[in-house]
Design a protein around this ligand. Structure first.
Ligand code: PEP
Ligand code: MN
Length: 370
């Protein structure tokens, strides 16, 4: 299954000579000086094509710095004139779009807090109808792929073809080393469903701090993301928003030079070896599916047997023994504990679910007989 969106490839509207494309600039525009010093420095890095700066900042609590507003757009005009960089700002309300368009902003992006709300997205889609401007859509704060896809669809339906998704990580209830858990499987599934959609990774908002930026940027490239959005500030320690995660233009340049650019395709020998390994994986996957289906067949049989003998579905003792036993076998075979636990859990949930269905069929039969 794939989803059809009418999207222009990135290279048709952006002059990208260096890979990866980098979007950079401060979290927030704070002063003309801060914007211009930062822009002049990062414009010297060949990968940087787009200058980002938040003008209206969504803040969790009132009373914090909420952005400089419209006057910041004059500074961005200067950035464009002096450095040739394209400019990008976050829009959350229809009036932001109007103001940005009237002030020659080149690219709009919609932030993670706005994407969670389909009403907001519809309002933005309405005001963008008939407007020809690139729009980048961040993932929603919560790990909900459909919400992200819905936002992309709404904006695409309003006629925006220069559309980009930005992966900025997700809220996760448990502790992780990241400010927002990357959950790579979500942007990968997005790319699978909408193969022509450019996806850019925002390591700054994933990491929340400087030290992890290189690792996440590299991973994004290894997963074939189309570019990176990284926050930069000429004086990060004194930034008014996100000070821990912004990096100096010098460090940005160093980070980009440290990235390893891997090829998507190799030479013929490499390709045939890869093909051989992939064929082997296809075979094993087919076996895995067959084995799972046989396991579920036995589960159904046990389910019927337990039902006919009036025994409860969940046999906790037996399950604890299975977990212990399978964990040991799996660990001995070199599999990771966390992976094994997750795998056993989903197999168990499905097994219980199937047996519940068998029991409820019986209940329905009995009810229809009375
Ligand atoms: C930002 O880019 O500064 C920002 C507010 O990001 P997000 O919407 O991803 O939190
Ligand atoms: Mn930020």
């Amino acid at each position: 299954m794939s989803i059809n969106l009418d999207i222009l490839p990135l290279k048709e509207w952006l002059d990208i000579k260096e890979f990866p494309l980098v979007i950079s600039g401060p979290c927030s525009a704070e002063s003309e000086e801060q914007v211009l010093i930062t822009a002049r420095k990062i414009s010297k890095i060949p990968n940087v094509k787009i200058f980002r700066a938040g003008i209206w900042k969504p803040r969790t609590r009132p009373g914090l710095f909420e952005g400089v507003g419209i006057k910041g757009l004059q500074w961005l005009k200067k950035v464009k004139k002096e450095t040739g960089l394209l400019t990008a700002v976050e829009v959350a309300l229809p009036e932001h779009v109007d103001i940005a368009l009237n002030n020659d902003v080149d690219i709009l992006w919609i932030g993670a807090r706005t994407v969670v709300n389909p009403f907001s997205l519809q309002d933005l889609a309405s005001v963008l109808k008939g407007v020809d401007i690139p729009v980048m859509i961040k993932n929603p704060v919560n790990p909900d792929l459909n919400l992200w896809i819905g936002a992309l669809e709404r904006i695409n339906l309003s006629g925006i073809k220069r559309l980009v998704a930005i992966h900025r990580g997700f809220y996760f209830f448990d502790k992780t080393p990241y400010r927002n858990a990357p959950m790579w499987e979500i942007p990968i599934e997005l790319k699978r469903l909408i193969p022509n959609l450019p996806v850019i990774c925002d390591p700054s908002h994933i990491c929340g701090e400087q030290d992890l930026l290189l690792e996440i940027s590299q991973k994004a490239l290894d997963l074939e993301m189309n570019g990176l959005m990284i926050e930069s500030h000429y004086d990060p320690d004194n930034a008014l928003t996100d000070p821990q995660q912004q990096i100096t233009p010098e460090n940005l340049s160093r980070l980009i030079s440290s990235l390893i650019i891997r090829k998507e395709k190799g030479n013929i020998d490499f390709e045939s070896k890869l093909e051989e390994l992939r064929t082997e994986i296809d075979k094993i996957d087919a076996e895995l599916i067959n084995i799972l289906s046989r396991r579920m067949g036995l589960i159904d049989e046990i389910g019927k047997y337990k039902r006919d003998h009036n025994i409860t579905i969940l046999q906790l003792k037996r399950w604890s023994k299975i977990v212990q036993d399978r964990l040991k076998t799996g660990l001995d075979s070199g599999l990771k504990k966390e992976f094994l636990q997750k795998l056993l859990e989903i197999v168990h949930i499905e097994s219980i679910q199937r047996q519940t269905e068998i029991y409820s069929k019986e209940n329905n039969r009995n009810e229809s007989q009375v």
